[in-house]
Design a protein around this ligand. Structure first.
Ligand SMILES: Nc1ncnc2c1ncn2[C@@H]1O[C@H](COP(=O)(O)OP(=O)(O)O)[C@@H](O)[C@H]1O
Ligand SMILES: [Mg+2]
Length: 511
């Protein structure tokens, strides 16, 4: 079944896939993959990328269209069929068993390795594969001990172990650090040199331009085109992906609202982590109306615990939190919320929304005690509720067939819009935004940033936690740097440099 280089190993022709509810996830998409190439599949959240590769992996059946693998027309009824044809998929969310070892996960489901005696053999083969492609991995390690980057290697190894020569990676870099991404790219290049063919899904333009030989852009279920990186710029790609010009720099106006009194005062605050160690150590700062205070720091420096304490979700062990002049150090989340505080949590799927409830239900969560949504305190006024929900859906451009579909059917970007729509309704005085653009594509990121600036210009006080320095610099009026739970200093953005903030993040400089 070997195919010469440059020969087409996969051809998906005129693929149509519609989901219940009327979403056309793939609208007559034709896609081809050559031997020995890395073919990028680029598109915003909801563009139809995962759907297309799931069809190729036999997870979904297309409504119509043809699939050819290595020159033969195929019908894929299950992943088993795909695997037999040499196709491997590294899913967006890993499917590993945490309490099992690497080798156990890799041979899981393979009959011929089902006997204890052959585990050694499997281990040896894994070591061999690891050497060949440059993975660093211990076959005997338990999955829970591994970083996200290492787990991804296990998924890749699982496919290679099954002799995949067509490898699909669905947004592999979203869970990786920049250093891990670089490592992964090396592995992919090695595989390509070995003659393997790779479909690389991403919504990150720079990545697509760096690693891919060709890039196919999808938008709203349609194929916009296939290009080679040497023939396009980042701006061209963004335009193809989003369908309009995209600003890579958002312009921030001068602070409009000048006020004497801060909305939020944090005083000598100390907070414990889940593990019971001090995560926030004696931190003090104030945030004024009309300003964004950016909190910079490497992940796990205490910023999440700090924000949870302000939102009422974590009780401080020391210090004070004052919102609009009221001591709320030990207030409940509900009491904080009732002070007109919006909270955009880090984990949008678990704490930000209720996936099984409909859009309208999610949109009115927290607002359902308000008139005119409630008549006589208990009876919900459905006409008003639907009007309210429709309006929010329109305003925040939430893409969904209607307000009656469950929240779990939304893409990441749209789920984020849903949470923003809910949290920012009612003109909050204080907005706590924790990694608000994490995992979002260009279009959705731009949108979220604009909304935050709009709210700031309106006069809201905003605390923004982000791990992207770029974002901190773009949006913040002042930057507070946290290192190992301690505040290293607060610098006005106009006077800050990336180098200096970086040194503070690393604990090497105080200001
Ligand atoms: N199982 C499903 N049921 C209903 N709609 C779905 C399902 N999977 C995906 N969709 C919808 O299909 C569209 C494309 O989704 P997807 O292929 O996941 O996009 P991407 O991977 O590019 O983010 C989206 O509008 C999404 O909401
Ligand atoms: Mg996807």
């Amino acid at each position: 079944m070997s195919t010469p280089l440059n020969e087409t190993v996969v051809l998906m022709k005129d693929i149509v896939k519609t989901f219940p509810g009327g979403v056309v996830a793939n609208d007559h998409i034709t896609f081809d993959l050559k031997r020995g190439e890395i073919h990028g599949l680029l598109g915003e959240n909801g563009a139809g990328k995962t759907t297309l590769v799931n069809i190729l992996y036999g997870l979904y059946k297309p409504d119509s269209g043809e699939i050819y693998v290595k020159g033969r027309r195929v019908k894929l009824n299950s992943p088993r069929d795909a695997i037999k044809l040499g196709i491997g998929l590294v899913p967006q969310h890993f499917k590993l068993v945490e309490v099992h070892t690497v080798v156990e996960n890799i041979i899981l489901g393979l009959k011929e390795y089902g006997f204890i005696l052959r585990i050694r053999e499997a281990e040896e083969r894994i070591r061999e594969l690891a050497r060949k492609y440059g993975f660093r991995i211990d076959p005997k390690a338990k999955i829970w001990q591994l970083s996200m980057g290492e787990r991804q290697y296990v998924e890749i190894m699982k496919a290679l172990f099954r002799n995949a020569d067509i490898l699909i990676l669905d947004e592999p870099t979203t869970v990786l650090t920049p250093q891990e991404t670089e490592q992964l790219f090396k592995v992919l290049k090695r595989m390509k040199e070995e003659g393997k063919s790779i479909i690389f899904i991403t919504h990150k333009l720079d990545e697509a331009l760096t690693i891919c030989d060709r890039i196919t852009v999808l938008r709203k279920g349609r194929k916009i085109g296939t290009v080679t990186p040497d023939k396009v710029t980042k701006v061209d790609l963004a335009r193809m992906m989003v369908g309009r010009e995209v600003l890579f720099r958002i312009s921030k106006s001068k602070m409009k609202v000048k006020a004497e009194k801060p909305i939020l005062i944090v005083e000598n605050l100390s907070v414990l982590s889940d593990k019971g160690v001090l995560a926030v150590k004696n931190v003090s700062f104030s945030v004024y109306p009309g300003e964004i205070l950016g909190i910079a720091g490497i992940a796990g420096s205490g910023q999440e615990e700090l924000m949870e304490a302000i939102a009422g979700l974590r009780k401080p062990v020391k210090g004070k939190i004052i919102i609009k002049g009221r001591d709320v150090t030990y207030a409940s989340p509900r009491e904080i919320y009732e002070l007109n505080v919006a909270y955009i949590p880090e984990d949008r799927i678990r704490t930000g929304s209720l996936p099984n409830l409909t859009l309208w239900e999610n949109l009115i969560l927290k607002h359902h005690r308000r008139k005119p949504l409630v008549k006589h305190k208990i009876i919900l006024n459905f006409k008003e509720i639907f009007k309210f929900a429709e309006k929010r859906k329109r305003e925040f451009e939430i893409v969904a067939p209607n307000i009656f579909v469950p929240a779990r059917t939304l893409s990441g970007g749209n789920l984020q819009r849903l949470i923003l729509a809910r949290e920012l309704t009612g003109k909050p005085d204080l907005i706590l935004a924790v990694y608000p653009t994490r995992g979002l594509d260009v279009g959705a990121t731009e949108y979220v940033r604009k909304v935050l600036l709009r709210e700031r210009d309106r006069g809201a006080a905003i605390v923004l936690v982000s791990e992207e320095l770029d974002e901190i610099f773009q949006l913040s009026d002042r930057i507070a740097v946290i290192h190992n739970g301690e505040l290293m200093g607060i610098v006005p953005t106009s006077q800050a440099t990336v180098e200096e903030i970086g040194l503070m993040m690393g604990g090497a400089l105080r200001r």
